[in-house]
Design a protein. Sequence first.
Lengths: 329, 329
Amino acid sequence: MKCRVCGQPASINLRSYKTALCDADFIAFFEKRVQTTINKYNLIVEGDVPIVAVSGGKDSLALWHLMNKLGIPCDGIYIDLGIEGYSETSLDKIKKAAEILKRKVYVFRIRSVLDCGVDGLAKAMRRMPCSACGMVKRYIMNKVCMDKGYNVLVTGHNLDDEASALLGNVLYWKKEYLWKKDISLEAKEGHLSRKVKPLFLCSERESAAYAIMNGIDYVYDECPFSMKAKSITYKGMLNTLEETSPGTKLMFVKGYLKTQKDVVKAGRVVGEVTGEDTRQTKYCVNCGYPSYTEKCLFCWTLEKFGIQNDVKFDEYGPYSIDSGHGVMT
Amino acid sequence: MKCRVCGQPASINLRSYKTALCDADFIAFFEKRVQTTINKYNLIVEGDVPIVAVSGGKDSLALWHLMNKLGIPCDGIYIDLGIEGYSETSLDKIKKAAEILKRKVYVFRIRSVLDCGVDGLAKAMRRMPCSACGMVKRYIMNKVCMDKGYNVLVTGHNLDDEASALLGNVLYWKKEYLWKKDISLEAKEGHLSRKVKPLFLCSERESAAYAIMNGIDYVYDECPFSMKAKSITYKGMLNTLEETSPGTKLMFVKGYLKTQKDVVKAGRVVGEVTGEDTRQTKYCVNCGYPSYTEKCLFCWTLEKFGIQNDVKFDEYGPYSIDSGHGVMT
């Protein structure tokens, strides 16, 4: 198979685009796609100060690399969930990336507040680990934006993540979730940062290829708690379809974005379609995070376990390259 | 495992209802569910003259049996698609059922109009067999209603059929199909009969069990042309989900029906949501069947192949039990 652009041997076959490319042309193709997505959906506009949520995996590290390469300087935020043998390895890869990119990374360690990891928290909350993890991540990632002056949180959710979450939402038609999924989520001034997903239309396989071709060192293993998640089943199903009908995931997600716009617009006129919450948005009396109750779930959880809400970030950055351990703020 | 109702050994485990039942109690349960569906969605109302579309498979034969048992007298319509080794076996089962039920069945033979079966027609039309088959079935089933005085066409589409078709529609978000799927489709007076699907909320496994427990003799094999259909892939995917999360298919289809109502209502107000065709509905100048073009696809196809549109039905019925071959009208 030859590269469609230069005629040299191709290194990746992109069946959903009916094309094959060599390393250099794939890198250019991938970067152009992400840049186009950013422009088309106004993900980053002039004056924005974005920060990338990094996990140590291929998507977020590829994205961090790419954003900076595209001339959109981004620091990073990492949440150490205290998962043995996983969280520390992830942090090592992230520190390495921060050094290469010469960018700062903020680190929040769950064990600096709780005396357990996210699995212990989940047990105490009687929730699944993914549910507790989501709660912590949403809160902390917003907090770093609010506290440190970033106005856009950039996440590495890829096409496979979005398609599988969308499939789950569609299977149960939960209107309060279904029509809210989007490539960018609006800010609530002073309370909630904007959230954007530049890899929304790029597959897992593509972001992995981009990371490998750029020599980005990332954690190969999936989070040990994600193994039982339904999203893995959904991803498997969608991959089966993709094999026989290349491009299915992309059409599914792009078609949704279009439908969602129509439905949300109609819902604003007639109501009742999107399950828009009619309760007035309130803010946590303790921390200011959006919450329908007096205290947000994060503050409520800490209080329940008698813990002081004293979230602090370690900062590792361009000035700490030689120490290898970063500098505490 | 014991029957939840009578405590005798259960013969079927219904995981999506968290129950197990013996033969007699399952039959009662299944009939009550179908009756409830008919009442809740006003599928059959007083004064209706329904006819069941029978294929010879478990769903349509179980439904035909059940409708008559529920006190809703129904004749049948069978379309012989001229598929060798399949169409004749199917007709045999249907004739047998007609005799048992003491009801009439109309038979249209594709070879009475064309000199080939549905596969030949598909080739000539350069379409997939399922596409040609759908065109013929929609036309002929409507025609028997119009010509013979039936106002409701009752089809045996089950939960698995509907869930898999819905999944296909949702994956591509084709708004012109997606929001049109429904448990009943309205009539166009004098042109199109109403269509209803009483098994919409009953799984394939349930209708097979009902047929077997009632000693209904049906064709086990699927149509040989359906093997390559995408619907088979979708059904497999949904069955995998059903295994780990019983009730998924039912929630998917019921959730859709609710969402569809909201979206269609909103679409009527603001437009643009459901892709409602704004072209005025016209009727075929030749046969009166609804068509956006001057001639409907059926008439156009016959004309293209130089064939006279001379659709006639054979009638087999209660008066022909002893002949075994029916009486031509």
